[in-house]
Design a protein around this ligand. Structure first.
Ligand SMILES: Cc1cc2nc3c(=O)[nH]c(=O)nc-3n(C[C@H](O)[C@H](O)[C@H](O)COP(=O)(O)OP(=O)(O)OC[C@H]3O[C@@H](n4cnc5c(N)ncnc54)[C@H](O)[C@@H]3O)c2cc1C
Ligand code: FES
Length: 271
């Protein structure tokens, strides 16, 4: 019987590279594979290494990875251009519970409202959630998207903003004020404080730990149930498939049992 070795990466062609900010680019790769929003791949350069990166779009034809250049592997990836090759393993991880949420909305008629919160590169996996919702629009209720970026230069996916504003309640904030754009200034929590939520509101979050620290009390004060909040966690990873123990957090492997955890199950994770 033929088995696939999960450690063996596939050589994958870069279809395009789009520069998003000074140190972030989106790589479109010829890797047509079934994936779920919130899952990730191990991507890298032969002879250098690999690192986990979330899907930032939802498509069966290719994958998009929005990658910040922070170190050894991401620097080697950023040196690659269209037509060159990267190596990829995956998809790995559980992803956001999109099917469970849409099933509740359609079959059980719970009229789910969906809130998507992304901070910095945490907006990347949220973009794949947004793509999924767009492609399955009738299966979801009202959708609000709240993004937070450091400043004008760090805004991601600007080209999508007009479309998202037409389809959803889309808002974003910048930590620092700017005269280049009329927009909200301050932390993303400001948008949440003004928002109204229904009883069955589901909240999907990806962002830095400091953002979570401020967001959670606001959500709880608004009556959001802990079991309706889903957070994507980042840990240093190696195997990506629950074997090496690198990503262990309170007895769970973030690569295998996560990276998405329900807040009531993850709130006591000691970091
Ligand atoms: C499930 C998952 C999804 C991710 N999705 C994305 C994504 O969509 N886009 C993106 O740009 N990045 C994403 N990351 C983070 C990315 O994996 C790291 O930035 C990458 O591993 C850095 O590798 P490097 O060799 O370039 O840097 P290194 O040379 O290893 O490190 C550079 C610096 O970053 C720190 N660092 C490395 N990895 C992490 C990490 N996982 N968490 C916190 N600090 C870290 C190191 O301690 C060091 O200070 C994700 C991480 C996880 C676990
Ligand atoms: S990265 Fe090896 S167990 Fe998670």
């Amino acid at each position: 019987m033929k088995t696939t070795n999960p450690y063996l990466p596939k050589k994958v062609k870069i279809l395009s590279v789009t520069k998003d900010t000074n140190d972030i680019s989106t790589f479109r790769l010829n890797y047509p594979i079934q994936n779920k929003p919130g899952q990730f791949v191990e991507v890298g350069v032969l002879g250098i290494g690999e690192c986990p990166i979330s899907f930032c779009s939802y498509s069966k034809k290719h994958i998009d990875l929005c990658i910040r250049n922070v170190g050894n592997v991401t620097n080697a990836i950023h040196k690659k251009s269209k037509g060159e090759y990267l190596v990829v393993r995956g998809p790995f991880g559980n992803g956001y519970p999109m099917e469970q949420i849409s099933e509740e909305h359609v079959s059980r008629n719970l009229k789910n409202e969906l809130i998507l919160i992304g901070g910095g590169t945490g907006a990347a996996p949220m973009r794949s959630v947004i793509d999924y919702v767009e492609q399955n629009r009738k299966k979801f209720g009202k959708v609000s998207i709240f993004f937070g970026f450091r400043n004008y230069e760090n805004i991601l996916f600007k080209k999508d903003f007009k479309r998202w504003s037409k389809l959803f309640n889309f808002q974003f904030t910048l930590d620092c004020s700017t005269n280049k754009l009329k927009c909200n200034t301050g932390a993303v929590t400001l948008l949440l404080e003004k928002a109204k939520f229904s009883e069955n509101t589901k909240v999907l979050i990806c962002g830095p730990p400091i953002m979570l620290k401020f967001i959670m009390p606001v959500l709880m004060a608004k009556g959001i149930k802990e079991q309706n909040v889903f957070i994507s966690f980042e840990r240093l990873m190696s195997c990506g498939i629950g074997k090496c123990g690198h990503c262990e957090l309170n007895g769970k492997y973030v690569c295998k049992h996560g990276p998405v955890f329900r807040y009531d199950e993850a709130k006591n994770f000691a970091d």
